[in-house]
Design a protein around this ligand. Structure first.
Ligand SMILES: [Fe+2]
Ligand SMILES: [Fe+2]
Length: 134
């Protein structure tokens, strides 16, 4: 799978969130590059563990922001976050415990899910966030 930067059109205009979103692509790229170089599995596993921590941290930031703004569809948004966090945790567990490589299909699905979430779901809280000074 090829590395990719976050497309410029993905920016929401909230620096805190945009920087975190860009970090997702940085982590995916580091993971793909480490795997392509044939570095040992420990390094790839460590980057996937960073991704797990990143996802928890980013979703916590967003949920806190939405809660502070009184965003009405917080519950629905949190369910989507839980779904993705579970996917990433499973991916980590599988990579560590089974002798599998990085699967393009799995990586592609994670990038697709996250990109779609940034383009479709996250923009829904932006107006309210701006009104609340974010
Ligand atoms: Fe997000
Ligand atoms: Fe989100």
């Amino acid at each position: 799978m090829k590395t990719q930067e976050m497309p410029p059109g993905f920016c929401l205009g909230i620096a805190l969130i945009d920087n975190q979103h860009a970090r997702f692509f940085e982590l995916m790229n580091r993971m793909i590059e480490a795997d392509t170089r044939g570095d040992n599995r420990d390094l790839v596993a460590q980057i996937i563990a960073e991704l797990v921590a990143y996802v928890a941290d980013h979703f916590h930031t967003e949920e806190d922001l939405m809660a502070r703004c009184g965003y009405p569809d917080l519950g629905e948004h949190v369910l989507l976050h839980i779904q993705f966090a579970g996917l990433v945790e499973n991916f980590h567990t599988k990579y560590v415990n089974e002798d599998i490589g990085l699967d393009d299909e799995v990586l592609g699905y994670l990038v697709e899910w996250f990109s779609n979430h940034i383009r479709v779901e996250d923009p829904k809280y932006v107006l309210l966030a701006r009104e609340n000074g974010f």
